[in-house]
Design a protein around this ligand. Structure first.
Ligand SMILES: Cc1cc2nc3c(=O)[nH]c(=O)nc-3n(C[C@H](O)[C@H](O)[C@H](O)COP(=O)(O)OP(=O)(O)OC[C@H]3O[C@@H](n4cnc5c(N)ncnc54)[C@H](O)[C@@H]3O)c2cc1C
Length: 408
């Protein structure tokens, strides 16, 4: 057996981790309860992150291309250890940026990604809008239409998006729309809606159970006209893709679409966010269990409590191994033959819910109050079995991958 197995990300990456940990501990943690209560985007905290270079495309690109393959999960875990709501406000823009990076031309990437982040003195955020009221897990059901106006070389977008992180407050919105409803998901395309485009407006802003510092809202598209150059990938590529889909749609039943490609690429990163929350709650619970005394001894002296902590730590480490594996595979272009990306997000999301619930139990009455952070962490963790594909959808993806069967 080889003795080279290693999960050491290297000195450079560990230095980045420690630097982010400092920001998470000194800037995010102290601000967490306030922005959770305010339920508003924490612009001053994002600004601090921007000044330090943490809120920038360069930073995430550097982490993604780090030779360790685990730069992104390490960064996500530290930031979300600091606070998940603020963390999502800082990294929410990257979902739209990834959509442009994955589907856009070099020119589109160069034009739009800087406008998504702005500058520390003129901060911007971006939104990725796929979900609709009747199209959540079932992306194929989306109704937003994009119609090409050839005379003006413009696309006209109509529809209503929902649950969009940064929706309506974003400078740049990336919108997934159907250009050919008969093709299902293969008839989808992604469009950039530039800042200030008439016809795009924010609908309802949602009051949420958790990650309340992150803005989530409906986005209404009413006759939104964007230049032909805003179609990600360009018209020629779209026409070729549609022609292939029209030929092949009967054979394959329709496979692949822009939104799903974006989600698949980001799943290990989302799993790492969940691990950050879980680790934060576990640490609070471990400290508490060692210092809280009942019946004349620390509560951790009871095997029942100690075993809970043992399970929490074991699950966190197991989840991190899955996330790091999937991240390494993605960076090294390894095919996800057993849906390893989905596995990592499924297990990490469920772990965050399990660990934060256990942490509340270990803190007893204190755990149930807003005097202690585990209550917020538990609320924040709940989204991790819902967004970026629910736990059930991850299981569906894994089951199909391992069986080769069209499991429904
Ligand atoms: C805070 C927040 C932020 C979000 N941010 C974004 C964003 O930035 N951009 C964006 O586009 N979307 C975003 N979303 C949307 C998110 O991705 C969807 O909520 C998610 O995909 C689930 O869709 P749904 O809510 O319509 O649930 P539904 O699809 O209606 O599912 C309801 C339940 O049915 C189950 N279910 C559905 N189909 C099946 C099946 N085939 N087999 C088994 N079970 C099934 C689900 O697992 C779930 O438990 C966000 C959502 C939230 C809450």
């Amino acid at each position: 057996m080889s003795s080279t197995f290693s999960l050491d990300p290297g000195a450079d990456q560990l230095a980045v981790r420690d630097w982010l940990h400092g920001f998470a501990a000194d800037v995010m943690r102290p601000a967490a309860a306030e922005w959770d209560e305010r339920e508003e985007t924490p612009w001053p905290v994002i600004q601090e992150a921007a000044k330090l270079g943490i809120y920038s495309l360069d930073f995430y690109a550097q982490q993604y291309f780090d030779p360790s393959g685990v730069g992104i999960p390490i960064a996500m875990e530290e930031l979300f250890w600091g606070d998940a709501g603020i963390g999502l406000s800082i990294v929410g823009t990257t979902l739209a940026a990834v959509a442009v990076l994955a589907n856009g031309t070099d020119e589109q990437i160069g034009t739009w990604t800087p406008q998504m982040f702005g500058t520390p003195d003129d901060l911007k955020v971006a939104a990725f809008c796929s979900s609709e009221p009747d199209a959540g897990s079932d992306v194929g059901a989306l109704r937003t239409r994009a119609v090409y106006d050839e005379a003006r070389d413009e696309w006209v977008l109509n529809g209503t998006k929902t649950w969009a992180t940064n929706g309506g407050i974003a400078a740049v919105h990336v919108v997934v729309a159907s250009v050919d409803p008969e093709l299902g998901t293969r008839g989808h395309a992604s469009f950039v809606v530039p800042p200030g485009t008439p016809g795009l407006s924010q609908g309802q802003k949602f009051k949420k159970h958790g990650i309340r510092a992150s803005h989530t809202a409906e986005v209404v598209l009413d006759g939104v006209r964007v230049p032909g150059s805003c179609l990600l990938g360009g018209k020629e590529k779209l026409d070729e893709r549609l022609a292939r889909a029209r030929e092949g749609v009967k054979r394959s039943g329709g496979k692949g679409n822009a939104a799903m490609a974006t989600f698949e690429a980001s799943r290990p990163a989302v799993g790492a966010q969940a691990i950050g929350i879980a680790r934060a709650a576990y640490e609070v619970a471990l400290d508490y269990a060692k210092t809280r005394e009942q019946f004349g001894r620390p509560i951790i002296d009871n095997q029942g409590v100690a075993f809970q902590l043992a399970d929490m730590k074991t699950r966190i480490d197991a989840a991190r191994l899955l996330v790091w594996r999937a991240s390494w595979m993605a960076v090294n272009n390894q095919p996800f033959t057993a849906a390893e990306g989905s596995m990592s997000k499924l297990y990490a999301g469920e772990t965050a819910k399990f660990v934060t619930a256990q942490a509340m139990q270990i803190l007893g009455g204190n755990g149930f109050t807003r005097e202690y952070p585990v209550e917020r962490m538990h609320r924040d963790s709940a989204i991790y079995s819902i967004f970026e594909g629910t736990s059930e959808i991850q299981r569906l993806v894994i089951a199909r991958a391992i069986s080769g069967m069209p499991i429904r």
